[in-house]
Write a protein that binds this ligand. Structure first.
Ligand code: SF4
Length: 93
């Protein structure tokens, strides 16, 4: 257990086959997503996956594509907030 992820001790998936969380196709992750929906450490799991840039698997109840959309939305909101504050987002510099 990595010391930087102590929440994994509480993970609902801790004793389950990892294959459940790495389905062969994006649309086949419903079992994993159901397990994640009842997991008490869903949020730290998702944040860790986002921070690590996990490119595969179901983390925090989200698929790779769902995490990509979430990150894009967060970046768009941050850019909009910068524009509203009179600051140019980094991409515009
Ligand atoms: S949210 Fe899902 S992948 Fe993350 S620890 Fe919980 S069960 Fe595992």
């Amino acid at each position: 257990m990595p010391p930087d992820r102590p929440w994994q001790d509480e993970a609902a998936c801790r004793t389950l086959p990892i294959e459940i969380f790495f389905p062969p196709a994006e649309q086949e992750g419903e079992v994993a997503k159901t397990i994640c929906s009842g997991c008490t450490v869903r949020e730290p799991c998702l944040q860790a996956a986002l921070a690590a840039g996990e490119r595969f698997g179901i983390w925090g109840g989200l698929t790779t594509e769902e995490r990509r959309v979430l990150v894009a939305r967060r970046r768009a909101r941050a850019a909009a907030a910068m524009v509203a504050a009179g600051e140019a987002p980094l991409a515009a510099r």
